[in-house]
Design a protein. Structure first.
Lengths: 112, 111
């Protein structure tokens, strides 16, 4: 069974731009969660989607948003990029019956 | 949320058994204990989960004493490829997919 895939793997943007990251969950997984990982703050939960609805949200500004499609694929968007948004963005998927999450390799975003 | 304390770093040699202890004094009745492993520039990987006593799988063992205020992840006969950051998570399995990660323990395995 294929794992969680994320595209692109690397991205370089400049301040003020916006970016869209994509995540394809493991087949059959309907829950998709997003996390941000930085050296200073560690791994932080962004939001979770289930059946195209945002079910949980972390403590991030409104510039961070996401959505989920009917095939469970998910995208997250960051608008008006700031230098501090440079991070590894991780997507994780899970089955409805457990909170064990399977993470993708991440997208490394660098904001210049 | 349970407050979690685990060592910042540990060193070991190949072939040794490594035990990483996590302290969670205010663990709640419904909380489970879960461990994830993360290699550089990769997403965390689920290792093991338990509620009480001992759980063992093909990768590790998890020991949880009766008071559940701590837990120990045991990695038998580590190899260089076990060098990674290990996260201890405590939380209720309510279906919330919002994991709270601490700082983790950086394990360095030497040849």
């Amino acid at each position: 069974k294929a794992g969680v895939t994320q595209t692109p793997r690397y991205l370089i943007k400049t301040r003020g731009q916006q970016v869209t990251l994509s995540c394809s969950p493991i087949s059959g997984h309907r829950s998709v969660s997003w996390y941000q990982q930085t050296p200073g703050q560690g791994l932080q939960f962004l939001f979770e989607y289930f059946s195209e609805t945002q079910r949980n949200k972390g403590n991030f500004p409104g510039r961070f948003s996401g959505r989920q499609f009917s095939n469970s694929r998910s995208e997250m968007n960051v608008s008006t990029l700031e230098l501090g948004d440079s991070a590894l963005y991780l997507c994780a998927s899970s089955l409805p019956t457990t909170d064990t999450q399977y993470f993708g390799p991440g997208t490394r975003l660098t904001v210049l | 949320l349970a407050k979690i304390t685990q060592p910042i770093s540990m060193d070991s040699y190949e072939g040794q058994e490594v035990n990483i202890t996590c302290s969670h004094n205010n663990i709640a009745t419904n909380d489970y204990i879960t461990w994830y492993q993360q290699f550089p520039s990769q997403g965390p990987r689920f290792i093991i989960q338990g509620y009480k006593t001992k759980v063992t799988n093909e990768v590790a063992s998890l020991f949880i004493p009766a008071d559940r205020k701590s837990s120990t992840l045991s990695l038998p006969r580590v190899s260089l490829s076990d060098t990674a950051v290990y996260y201890c998570l405590v939380g209720e399995d309510t279906g919330r997919r919002a994991l709270t990660f601490g700082s983790g323990t950086r394990l360095q395995v030497q040849p």
